[in-house]
Design a protein around this ligand. Structure first.
Ligand code: KG4
Ligand code: ZN
Length: 336
């Protein structure tokens, strides 16, 4: 089964071709340079860039996979959740491509895509496993019992983990995206120098919250003043990073205490964080669990993961998808 997939839910214009679980091409056109000057993703700017980039991304993905639209069995696209204007560019393009070639179209849930990154070659992970997805837009613990769906065990009540990194970086006078900037600034810093609240630590559930942490940093930065922040930047970054990873790991551990998952996987842009990767590896080591870490380019948004989820999603035959819309929130998939 050969699938051409498109992903335009946020600020990356992505197209990929997979053949069963093997990636034939995986193109990612990052718009980060356009959003950097604003310190975050501007939805209208993202939509306009998707429009300019999407056709070249599709052509590039087909060319690199050495095939044409006629050679694919189905087209797949992210329908949501994400930025609605950005999603619509991908959905409209995918509908047009599929309809022109009289192919089926597969509408994919973005978060199912992050989970499905683990099903790709090499070394695909088979369910059941526990998957922590932490990105700029989402933070959730997904219980994966079969490849077709996932169960949301816990999610963020406010900001996403990546958003906390991005906002924290701005408060520390660092650039965008904030995650890598904080990770770099934290090198050599003392993670115990400042005390930040580890939210939800007494909450028995599996939900996350990051807005209190951000507020704590706002106050700390105000107390220290600009020069004080500059002088203590490494310690502040290390302590802030530690507070985020503490919360992510605490909830991961709690989920493992509740149910004996045999394997753990990480996904989303925050999964690129070295401290999170190392601490999760230590946790899995301690508990004798398998840890699956896909390469960074499959952690952050990409279309190969959407194609991978499409393999386990019902295709819609031509022309039944012509009235499809995108959805900005919620999910087409709930519970296993
Ligand atoms: O998955 P992704 O590329 O896009 C979304 O779906 O949001 O995630 C982007 C997020 C940003 O918030 C960025 O700051 C964060 O992932 N990120 C990191 C690291 N690299 C990217 N956070 C912490 N440490 C990193 N090394
Ligand atoms: Zn994502």
């Amino acid at each position: 089964m050969r699938i051409l997939a498109l992903e335009t839910s946020c600020d990356d214009t992505c197209a990929a071709v997979i053949e069963d679980a093997a990636i034939r091409s995986n193109l990612i056109s990052s718009q980060a340079e356009f959003h950097r000057r604003y310190g975050g993703v501007v939805p209208e700017v993202a939509s306009r860039h998707h429009l300019q980039l999407v056709n070249a991304a599709v052509d590039g993905a087909l060319a690199e996979a050495d095939c044409s639209l006629d050679d694919v069995d189905a087209v797949a696209v992210t329908r949501g959740p994400g930025l609605i204007g950005a999603l619509l560019v991908g959905v409209a393009t995918a509908k047009a491509l599929a309809a022109a070639a009289r192919k089926p179209l597969i509408g994919v849930d973005h978060l199912h895509g992050h989970v499905a990154a683990n099903f790709l070659e090499p070394d695909p992970l088979e369910p059941p496993f526990l998957c922590l997805i932490a990105s700029g837009g989402h933070t959730l613990l997904a219980g994966v019992r079969n490849p077709r769906s996932f169960e949301v065990l816990g999610t963020t009540l406010d900001d996403a983990a990546g958003e906390a990194f991005d906002k924290g970086a701005r408060l520390l006078g660092l650039g965008y995206p904030g995650g890598p900037e904080i990770q770099r600034a934290a090198e050599g810093g003392d993670p115990g120098a400042f005390e930040f609240p580890v939210a939800m630590s007494r909450d028995p559930g599996l939900d996350f919250s990051f807005s209190g942490l951000k507020t704590a940093l706002v106050y700390k930065a105000r107390d220290l003043g600009e020069e004080g922040v500059a002088a203590a930047r490494a310690d502040l970054a290390a302590s802030f990073q530690r507070a985020i990873t503490d919360q992510l790991l605490a909830k991961l551990e709690r989920a493992l205490d509740r149910e004996p998952w045999p394997a753990v996987a990480l996904g989303g842009g925050v999964a690129a964080n070295r401290e999170l990767r190392e601490r999760t590896a230590a946790l899995c080591d301690d508990r004798g669990l398998r840890l699956k870490l896909v390469p960074i380019e499959l952690c952050t948004d990409n279309a190969a993961m959407i194609a991978s989820a499409a393999r386990f999603t019902e295709p819609t035959p031509y022309p039944d998808y012509l009235d499809w819309d995108a959805y900005s929130t919620g999910s087409a998939l709930r519970a296993a």
